[in-house]
Design a protein around this ligand. Structure first.
Ligand code: GDP
Length: 426
């Protein structure tokens, strides 16, 4: 079984990027199978520090073929900018394959994202305004562009641009009261994209089908986390795609039975961006302190720079996330950020309407949930640089093992610092 998936069990930003970067070194192919340029992996390596929004994490390894799967929505502008950033940092030119069936994120998708947020005002989704939801909406309304359409004749592009603009302009005029789209300008943009993307567009299904037959080592790289999954997450405050490993079979066209190893990344505390339910959330100074110490240089959005919402480890949500991912193992990350705490609360149940539950409910019940906290002992010393599990302070091991027992899936690695080598294998 040659396919491994790395996916998030929480709200995203669990530290998947670092792990993927490390595992990509041993892979032949790394695939982004869902989402777009709305989330970011932060990767620190010998070339510098990078926020990858859309490119797969294998781009730092010249032997890896990096695939954007058919399940993704793809922004040519972000692609161009990210490639330029790599070039500037002297990263060797990555090998890339863009699925001919992936959907285009058009500039008007970004506009519609912003207009809709404005229209919703106080009830907005906290979108990153990168056009992801409008692009997926068009995919399912069958008014989107697959990348392969860019390779069609100019007249085809002009006709389709005109048809799409007719619908978009009705909304722009009557719902959003914004300037209308010019079909000729949209067609011109499509022709520019053709020039930029032609060298990379291909039949990724056929390529991956063959790769599986040849036993190539394939890595599926998830974006965001289980709690942002459009079906299983905190709907409607979710992303517009499925963030679960199973979707790798759809979003890349891989045989489901071959996804044999599923690593769910669980962070040792919680963070979230945007609105939505977050039962173990903390506020004020307590949150500021954890935010400052989290991740690499604080918990701020890799794409937006927004301060993330903070909370204690939520074992109810994390176990659900791990189950939704069908994880075969857990990577437990950013344990080092908790080292300043003498005692560490963790959420072990929800109280809903006066009753306790350890099952993660759908949104209407989740809104009523209050965290039931258990306080564990802290270790109160620096654990970065420890590479042997048994050399961790006893309280740190007890914290890890408490979470592992609750979640019920083996923790195969512990992250204790932002760098690639800051990982303890078990
Ligand atoms: P992703 O979207 O899941 O890849 O998460 P990000 O990479 O955006 O966020 C994780 C942040 O934590 C990044 O800044 C990483 O460099 C950093 N990070 C990852 N693992 C660890 C860890 O074990 N300890 C610390 N301190 N930072 C980590």
């Amino acid at each position: 079984m040659s396919i491994t998936a790395i996916v998030g069990a929480n709200w995203g930003d669990e530290g998947k990027g670092k792990l993927t970067d490390a595992l990509a070194a041993a892979a032949d192919i790394v695939i982004r199978f869902q989402g777009g340029a709305n989330a970011g992996h932060t990767i620190v390596n010998q070339y510098g520090k990078f926020a990858l929004h859309q490119l797969p994490s294998g781009v730092f390894h010249s032997h890896v073929v990096n695939v954007i799967g058919n399940g993704a929505v793809f922004s040519p502008e972000n692609f161009r900018d990210e490639l330029a950033a790599l070039e500037q940092a002297a990263v060797p030119r990555p090998r890339l394959l863009l699925s001919e069936r992936a959907q285009l994120v058009m500039p008007y998708h970004k506009l519609f994202d912003a207009y809709e947020e404005q229209r919703l005002a106080g009830r907005s989704f906290g979108s990153t305004r990168s056009g992801i939801a409008p692009a997926y909406a068009d995919k399912f309304a069958k008014t989107g562009f697959q990348l392969c359409e860019l390779l069609e004749a100019d007249s085809y592009l002009a006709d389709k641009a005109a048809a799409v603009c007719a619908v978009k302009n009705t909304l722009l005029e009557h719902l959003y009261h914004q300037p209308l789209l010019d079909p000729a300008a949209v067609a011109a943009t499509l022709r520019e994209y053709r020039e930029l993307l032609k060298p990379y567009i291909g039949d990724s299904f056929a390529y991956l089908h063959q790769a599986v037959r040849e036993g190539k080592r394939i890595l599926l790289e998830g974006q965001l986390g289980a709690l942002k999954d459009v079906d299983f997450g905190i709907y409607p405050m979710v992303t517009s795609s499925n963030t679960i490993a199973a979707y790798g079979a759809v979003g890349a066209g891989l045989p489901p039975g071959h996804i044999g190893r599923i690593i769910a990344v669980v962070k040792a505390y919680s963070s979230a961006v945007g609105g939505g339910e977050f039962v173990s959330e903390i506020f004020g100074e307590q949150a500021d302190e954890l935010r400052k110490r989290g991740g690499d240089g604080g918990e701020y959005g890799a794409t937006t720079g927004r301060p993330r919402r903070m909370g204690w480890l939520d074992l109810v949500a994390s176990r659900y996330g791990v189950r939704v991912q069908s994880a075969t193992e857990v990577a437990f990350t950013v344990l080092d950020a908790l080292s300043y705490l003498p005692q560490i609360p963790v959420c072990v149940a929800y109280e809903i309407d006066g009753e306790q539950t350890t099952d993660f409910p759908a949104t209407p019940r989740l809104k009523k949930a209050r965290p039931v906290l258990k306080v564990l002992e802290g270790w109160n010393c620096d654990i970065r640089g420890v590479s042997d599990y048994h050399k961790l302070p006893q309280a740190a091991r007890e914290y890890i093992e408490f979470a592992e027992r609750f979640i019920g899936v083996p923790f195969s690695s512990i992250g204790n610092g932002p760098r690639r080598e800051h990982v303890i294998r078990r």
